[in-house]
Design a protein around this ligand. Structure first.
Ligand code: HEM
Length: 344
C-alpha cells in the first residue's frame, strides 16, 4: 500500500517505465476482456482516451448544469416533506445515475438495474467477471443501435469514434463504454454521502454552506480531498524503489489516495476540513496518463448536489438511534439515515 502523497503521485505519473495498468487489480481476477482505457498503458491509453476526451470537456458538460439542478431538486422534493430519508439510497445514488443515463444514452427506466451491476462489480471482486459480462451486454446492444442512428450522447460518440482514422471496432468500443459506465456510477454517490455525513456531524460548517453558497465549489474540492474514495492499482514491471521500499517486479501496489490526500507534507492541517484552503492539489481523480476523464462532470454534479440540498434542507442530523454503515472497494457509505424538522 502506497500512502504518502509524493509516492502515490509519482507512481500514478509513471505509466511508461516501472508501472503498468495492465493486470493491475487487487485481487487479480481473470477477466475475459480489458477495461479500457483503465487497463492499458501508453501509447494505447492516449488513443482510447482521445475518443472520450472531447466528449467530457467543459463545453460539453457545462450546458448540463440546469438539468442537473432540475433533477436534483425533483429528487429532494420527493422526500423533503417526510422529514427523513436514507441519504445514500434516496439521494446520493439516485441523482448521479439519473444524470448519467441521459449523458451516456441509456434508457432511464433501467437505471436501478445498471446501478446494481456497477455496485456489485466495484464492491464484490469475485463477481467481477459476471458483472463485466452483463455490463458489456448492456452497452453493446446500445452501441450497435447508436452506430446506425447516432443520438448526440456519449454512447453515440464512442460507437462512432475513430482510431487512426478508422471507425472504432465494436469490441474496443464496448470495452471503453463499459468502463465509463463503471467510472460514472459509483464514485459520485460515495462522495456525496461522505460529504452529507460530515456536514450532518458538523453543523457549524454546514451553516457556512447555507449562509454563503458561494463557498460550495471550494467545499466540494475539500471533500474530494478529504474523502478520496477511489484507489487505483498498478503492477510493477521491474524492481523499483518507492519511497525507500523496493517493490518487486510483478507485485501490485494499492495507491491509497484517501491517505495521500491527508498527508501533512502536502496539505497544511491535512486532517481538518477547511473550506478556505487555497491551493488544493488533491489526487482524488488520480494523476498522469489515467487521470479521471469524468472529473469535470463529477465536480459539476457535486456542486449542484450541495447547492440544491442545502437550499431545501439546511438543517439535518443523523438520528441518535441510526446506524450508519460503510463498505469497501470504492470507499463508500452504504447507508446514511438523516432526519430534519418538517417546516423548519
Ligand atoms: C467523485 C467522482 C469520481 C472520482 C473520485 C473518480 C476517480 C477516478 C480515479 C482516481 C481515476 C484514475 C484511475 C487510475 O489511475 O487507474 C478515474 C478514472 C476514470 N474515471 Fe473517474 N472518478 C469520478 C467520477 C467519474 C465520472 C462521473 C466518470 C464518467 C462519467 C468517470 C470516468 C472515469 C474514466 C473513464 C476513467 C478511466 C481513465 C483512464 O483509465 O484513462 N469518473 N476516476
Amino acid at each position: 500500500m502506497v500512502t504518502r502523497y509524493a509516492d502515490v503521485r509519482a507512481v500514478l505519473r509513471d505509466a511508461d517505465d516501472a508501472f503498468s495498468s495492465e493486470q493491475a487489480f487487487i485481487p487479480q481476477i481473470a477477466m475475459p476482456s480489458p477495461m479500457l482505457p483503465t487497463e492499458s498503458d501508453p501509447p494505447a491509453t492516449r488513443m482510447y482516451r482521445s475518443i472520450l476526451l472531447r466528449e467530457m470537456t467543459p463545453e460539453r458538460v457545462d450546458p448540463l448544469a440546469p438539468r442537473m439542478s432540475e433533477v436534483c431538486a425533483e429528487i429532494i422534493d420527493s422526500f423533503r416533506d417526510r422529514g427523513h430519508c436514507d441519504a445514500v439510497n434516496d439521494f446520493a445514488r439516485e441523482y448521479p445515475i439519473r444524470i448519467f443515463v441521459e449523458f451516456f444514452g441509456l434508457p432511464a427506466e433501467r437505471r436501478e438495474e445498471f446501478r446494481e451491476h456497477a455496485h456489485t462489480f466495484l464492491h464484490s471482486p469475485p463477481q467481477r467477471p459476471t458483472e463485466w459480462a452483463a455490463i458489456r451486454a448492456i452497452v453493446a446492444g446500445a452501441l450497435a443501435a447508436k452506430r446506425q442512428s447516432p443520438e448526440g450522447d456519449l454512447l453515440s460518440a464512442i460507437g462512432n469514434g475513430r482510431i487512426d482514422d478508422e471507425l472504432i471496432d465494436i469490441e474496443t468500443a464496448t470495452n471503453i463504454a463499459a468502463t465509463v459506465f463503471l467510472g460514472g456510477l459509483d464514485t459520485l454517490p460515495s462522495n456525496i454521502a461522505w460529504s452529507l455525513r460530515f456536514l450532518a456531524m458538523h453543523p457549524e460548517m454546514r451553516r457556512q454552506l447555507v449562509e454563503a453558497p458561494s463557498v460550495i465549489p471550494q467545499a466540494v474540492e475539500e471533500f474530494l480531498r478529504f474523502y478520496s474514495v477511489a484507489n487505483p492499482v498498478r503492477r510493477a514491471v521491474r524492481d523499483v524503489d518507492v519511497g525507500g521500499t523496493v517493490i518487486r517486479g510483478g507485485d501490485r501496489v494499492f495507491l491509497v489516495t484517501g491517505r495521500a490526500d491527508r498527508d501533512e507534507s502536502e496539505f497544511e492541517e491535512a486532517s481538518c476540513v477547511r473550506f478556505d484552503r487555497g491551493v488544493n492539489r488533491h489526487i482524488a481523480f488520480g494523476a498522469g496518463a489515467h487521470r479521471c476523464l469524468g472529473s469535470h462532470l463529477a465536480r459539476h454534479e457535486l456542486v449542484v448536489a450541495m447547492a440544491e440540498w442545502h437550499a431545501r434542507i439546511p438543517e439535518y442530523r443523523i438520528p441518535a438511534s441510526a446506524e450508519v454503515s460503510f463498505n469497501g472497494g470504492v470507499l463508500a457509505v452504504a447507508s446514511l439515515p438523516l432526519e430534519w424538522d418538517v417546516g423548519a
